[in-house]
Design a protein around this ligand. Sequence first.
Ligand SMILES: [Zn+2]
Length: 637
Amino acid sequence: MTVTSRNADLVGGRPVVPSRGVLRPLGLGEVRVTGGFWAVRQRVNGGATLAHARSWMDKLGWTGNFTSADGSTGPHDRRGREFADSEVYKLVEAMAWEVGRSPGRGLDDEIAELTATIAAEQSPDGYVNTAFGGPGQPSRYSDLATGHELYCTGHLLQAAVARTRTGGAGPLLDVARKAADHVCDTFGPDGVPGICGHPEIELALVELARVTGEQRYLDQAALFVERRGHRTLPPHHFGWSYYSDDIPVRSATVLRGHSVRSLYLACGAVDVAVETGDDELLTAVATQFDSTLARRTYLTGGMGSRHADEAFGEDFVLPADRAYSETCAGIAAIMLAWRLLLATGDGRYGDIVERILYNVVATAISDDGKSFFYANTLHQRTRTTAVPDDEAQLGFGGGPRAPWFEVSCCLPNIARLLAGLSTYFVTADDDGLRVHQYADTEVDTRLVDGRQVGLRVSTHYPDDGVVTVQVTRTDGGPWSITLRVPEWATGAVLVTATGRTRVPTGDVVVLRDFAVGEEIRLELPMRPRFTRPDSRIDAIRGCVAVERGPIVYCAEESGGNPAHLDALRVRTSADPVDEVGGVAVRARFDVPDDARWPYGVARPSPGAAPVAPLRLIPYHRWARNGPATMRVWLPST
Ligand SMILES: [Zn+2]
């Protein structure tokens, strides 16, 4: 795998700015989502989720853990888990991207206020963490395995990068540089040979290096990546794989252990590989991700099937009713796919970004943006319970959407992703523009050769498969528009000035001397379809799922469906059909016999119940009308 070198400017509202790669990301000022599915969610995110997260962090004392800017509050009983600082940083990062997306909403003042209190907490030598090093607290870096200190610093750095790219250099960047310098001084080649139990600092140091041009930050990130996998962290009761310290990064063949840790590390490794020209490392991580997609990923794009350690299971261990699929793991997988897409230009990574967006991210967040799933099961056997608006859920893991969890990593993660989401939709390559995700979008940018170009994408996607791309600006001469034809879109049609053409899945390129106002249209087939699993996924063998476009569907016990979804059998002899608000299939609803021993020799099938419609809704809509049972995978006759 090779990538080409390219200079990139270091501002402009882009989450990831590699100095080389096949694709150049566009900034929040160059690509805007103006309407549709994601615009609604971005508005809710900016209008409600950010304030919701801030109020919970204030109420629980997580923001109050930092010394106040005027010094009026000093050390006190610290609140929250050891990584609570990171949630404050992620919120600041989300606010910074939101400033870039929608300037003038008063968030600048809030960022300045939080920056002042973080700066007040920072020691003169650059160290900043509210859980370690204070009076009565464990000493600094005394628990690298579980203390999350470098993890927290990583999120501080990412917040500063976001702030710099949307608001310019300022005091938060100063705090981040001092913190990063302290990390380099402490853990550099001549320092403590340690790593953090939770990767994150690696990708953050690379991005800070991109913003500042500081080589030592990149060197330190590379050092952290190379140090991992040599079992230098203490033995963990879930094994060294829990924190990816079992096998060196460039030797591993698949992602394993704690899903979020593994994916964040992979992101950092790609960043290091791209910046250092280490194509061996880049290929190693791409191979690991491909294997993970092939053997360890749910239909939704979710990752992680073990609740106890929030980890990937072995190959094909993907039980629907024990799906963990942490929201953060989905977001981390988008981050990894995005980095690999930029580096390689391989459009398949756009497919998995889309799958996760519609089926993990959109599922996790409530319509009002004020509650969320931490885990995203694919089969809810017993009804979820209603959660009071003012009650944080203990711990983490499964259960209904809740306003807050004791471990609330996922909500600020959703917030930062949604605020900057438009930048994931369109990129530039050496020849023109590439549209990866379909929404009402306005694009205005320059090509590599300096020509100004613009696009307007209009669509009702994913309700409808017609995507119209109109050229709104061109300086003349040929350039290309590349559209992603998703892997499910067999039979897609491209309509241009020269006529209609069936196009294969993958990337379709239109290279022309475009005129302003010229349109091209992509027609994606949106018939609902049955999807069958690989037979090696034993837990769902004999089942089918229904998908329509990028959307995974599910059966819920409402809308005329019976409550006992576990005994249904779907008929696949007739295709699923569209109906208002969903899709319908035909199924038998057997009545389970709960009194009997559930095993037997050639146990006869239950009595022949009549065939009736089974109504399915988009998986991301489940449990939005109160407690519900639900299933994605449907036993078939
Ligand atoms: Zn999370």
